[in-house]
Design a protein around this ligand. Structure first.
Ligand SMILES: Cc1cc2nc3c(=O)[nH]c(=O)nc-3n(C[C@H](O)[C@H](O)[C@H](O)COP(=O)(O)O)c2cc1C
Length: 174
């Protein structure tokens, strides 16, 4: 325990290490919604992956974003095409959502890996998860990514793509 800790509290400064078996940050701000992000690369390959460092940042305009730790396929695709779709991961889709976290080659679609249906979107060239009740289409404006690399010392290999929404598809209650 650091000198600033008490019997009941563990104090730490991330830059100096957390001193615990597991990094507690994941659990400090929780629960978080899952950013189930579909995207497409410039060659047309489709991608789907879950990101728990995801949230809504502004009401008007409605802005969402997610953080990719390390340079992953979703971040690369969004940088290439400027588009992504957020799909709502409901409890009944949790098994498929976890399956889409698989580390597969960039040309392998996680829709197929998880047995999900890729449905076309109206405004963007990225498919949505047809089984999800509320996918949201996003188009990233050129300023819509924060590469952490240049902003932190030492540099961090992570990126925060964010965007205001262009459309929503919300399931009607019966
Ligand atoms: C529930 C869940 C949440 C995740 N959250 C994140 C996250 O916030 N950031 C991240 O970089 N990876 C996260 N991952 C891991 C990525 O989903 C995983 O690395 C995936 O292979 C990335 O896919 P991509 O390379 O196709 O984008 C999460 C995985 C799961 C199962």
């Amino acid at each position: 325990m650091s000198s600033s800790g008490t019997k009941d509290q563990h104090y730490y400064e991330p830059a100096k290490g957390h001193g615990l078996k597991h990094d507690p940050f994941n659990a400090i701000i929780a629960p978080r919604p899952i950013g189930w992000i579909s995207s497409r690369d410039a060659k047309g390959h489709v991608n789907l992956a879950p990101y728990s460092f995801f949230n809504a940042f502004c009401y008007h305009p409605p802005i969402i974003g997610f953080a990719s730790t390390n340079w992953k396929d979703s971040a690369a695709n969004i940088q290439e095409t400027g588009e992504f779709v957020w799909n709502l991961a409901t409890m009944d889709l949790s098994r498929q959502m976890n399956a889409t976290a698989a580390h597969v080659a960039r040309d392998v679609s996680e829709f197929a890996v998880a047995g999900l249906t890729a449905a076309p979107c109206k405004l963007v060239n990225v498919p949505r998860v047809a089984e999800s009740p509320s996918p949201t289409r996003r188009r990233i404006p050129p300023s819509g990514s924060v590469p952490f690399k240049e902003r932190f010392s030492p540099p961090i290999d992570a990126i925060l793509p964010f965007s205001s929404s262009r459309s929503y598809r919300v399931r009607k209650l019966p």
